[in-house]
Design a protein around this ligand. Sequence first.
Ligand SMILES: [Zn+2]
Length: 556
Amino acid sequence: MKKFTLSFLLVASAIVSAFAQFTEDKPKLVVGIIVDQMKYDYISRYWDNFGEDGFKKLVDEGYFVRNGQYNYAPTVTGPGHASVYSGTSPAYHSIVNNHFYDREKGKSVYCVDDDRYTTVGADTKNGKKSPYRLAVTNLSDELKWASNFRSKVYTVSIKDRSAVLPAGHRADGAYWLDDKTGNWISSSFYMENLPEWIEKMNNAKKRPIDQYLKSTWELSLPADRYTASTEDSTAYESLFPGKSEPTFPYDIKKGVAADRVRAKSGRKYDIIKGTPYGNTVVTEMAINILDNEGLGQDNFTDLLGVSYSSTDYAGHAYGPQSMEVEDMYIKLDGEIATLIKSLDEKVGEGNYVIFLTADHAGAQNAGFMRDRMNFEAVNIKSKEDTKVIDAYLSEKFGEGKYVASNYSGQLYLDRNLIAEKKLDLEEVQAATAEAFMTMPQYAAAILGKDLERNEYTLGYKGLIYNGFNPRYSPDVYGVLKSHNVDYGKGGTTHFSPYRYDTHVPIMFYGWKIESGYTHAPHTITEIAPTICSFLNMNYPSGCYSDPIIIPLEDED
Ligand SMILES: [Zn+2]
């Protein structure tokens, strides 16, 4: 009997301790890092110029998914941030583009604009934002729920949408940069007033951002170390304000003085976004949030979303082959090292987990493709293509402006006009697809109706299918041929379902994650369920992916 009791107790205590381990053994803090427009190959191309404590540490000591892909199009920032945190794509979460035509409102809308709210932290309109268009829960929401609202959730970025969409619907704070005042601001959706510590920072006499506005962007290394890039001055780059050539150094103070466009709109601090200092202010704010809000200090896992966007501004301005982009990443590598060091000090090594990915990758510059790759690539202008389509439809159905909105081939028809003219919507849609195919720059034209009726899983049809939301998506998709871009001559863009826009790094680091890598196919919608799985949590409501199987230390 005694023996029985003893063994019973042993078994019982084993169960209790296993369960305690199951519930308590989780990271105290999740740090989600999104690098705007980071192409997968930047890790290998710039490897020799990185330090030991940034990207190299994440790759060498963490788990690196080498075949990480966006599984939908359009590949742009709003949908990217929404998808990473919700584990699903625009078909489910409704953030179909940064700006898109809202048929119910009869106008183009911005993905996080919300007139019901006001700016907190400045006397400007830049804070009138909310995540109300995000039609599913995300990782941040589920974390709040799982801890009965005891987990803290904060996000920071210089772009509003890159802070708002990761933050979900119940965040304690989402902060972004006000380009008129240089303040960190938020929306009254989250809070009535900024915390005192941010007010203090915003009102300080000597703010770092004002120093940066007087600084110069110089190369981090001798110019001959930038072997992954072209020469400094090419025809494939656009010009920084006040410069006659796209060359280092970049005198920001002179840029501000020469920049009439920004001066006129009062957006003085906007210039910072396109320099490495735009990333520096984000690291500074992230560390300030860690300190002042005490993240990762108790058993209720907190979340800090950090989105670096200056990489995107540099990509757009100079293109992926430029020394500017290479230097941007060398400096970002330093920012990541600073952030990791700070996390080690404040939260403790092993107590936090980082995931790092991008919101999309990016195309090569079209001129570079023509001149240096012998590849027929063109710069298109949506407005010109809209004229061709309107003319084609007018010939067929009578004079009219049939196109309500068209950006990069995402075409919305004026359904009111079609109803007025008593035309058959599907006939007009089919004719629109024909019109796209009269233009040689397009590879294909896909009907929204076909995406409603069929399920596509392969190639660009599969990606467009995952991005298709019947309520908000276009009537017709004109798919540009590979490397044709709706963009100017200098720099580049991203939007397409091609691999150059979809292949991004996915990394996990810290906590119990064993170092390793995989070539297996993975999508960015698998990141959120992976983190949920670490935390023994429910998955976001629209999540259709499963966790990535990552080796953890005490699992054999
Ligand atoms: Zn971009």
